[in-house]
Design a protein around this ligand. Structure first.
Ligand code: URA
Length: 196
């Protein structure tokens, strides 16, 4: 079975099995999307209005900004895989609650285990704190983190500010773009690490 087929099965299974209570208010689930063979997986927070309507992650204004930044480093959306820690839209885009994050956690871990990317890039503090609860995004953004987690083979993580937060904040936007430009170097660094 290809990774793509495995991911399809994972999503189908969790559409039924996921017990997240946001299912009651969301229009539909928003599973991860993109290249199953990707070297990079991006993890955001939760779907917003456009994502809830279309059933695909990062298709609204944050997604457009993300696509712009990808093009700066010569990547397209088709080159990467993108998902969220929570697969259903929280009402009025409020922050996802701890129990909503844990209800979707296994689904996310199965995506990561299947793709086994070189690096996992966190978009914002919610995604980062899901794996590194004690870190502050203001301190950790743009720095490569190395840690092993049970069940996933990837041990390289790169936190960034969330594109939605940076979209209308000039200085955060500049920092995010500068951090984004480090991604090709980060991938090379990881390769060097792996051959050692
Ligand atoms: N913000 C997120 O964190 N995820 C999306 O899918 C869209 C906006």
């Amino acid at each position: 079975m290809t990774k793509e087929q495995k991911l399809e099965n994972i999503h189908k299974k969790w559409f039924e099995k996921c017990e997240c209570r946001l299912k009651k208010t969301a229009k539909q689930p928003v599973p991860g999307d993109g290249n199953a063979e990707a070297e990079i997986v991006f993890i955001g927070e939760a779907p917003g209005r456009s994502e809830d309507e279309q059933g695909r992650p990062f298709v609204g204004s944050a997604g457009k900004f993300l696509a712009e930044m990808l093009s700066i480093i010569n990547l397209k959306r088709e080159d990467i895989y993108i998902t969220n820690i929570v697969k259903y839209r929280p009402p009025n885009n409020r922050d996802p609650l701890p129990e909503e994050k844990s209800a979707c956690r296994e689904w996310l871990l199965e995506e990561l285990k299947t793709i086994s990317p070189k690096v996992i890039i966190f978009l914002g503090r919610h995604a980062m704190n899901n794996f590194f609860p004690d870190l502050q995004i203001s301190q950790a953004h743009g720095k490569l983190l190395i840690k092993s987690f049970a069940g996933i083979s990837t041990k390289y993580f790169f936190p960034l500010y969330h594109p939605a937060a940076a979209l209308y904040d000039g200085s955060m936007r500049e920092v995010l773009i500068e951090d984004f430009k480090k991604i090709p170097k980060v991938l090379k660094e990881i390769e060097k690490h792996q051959v050692k």
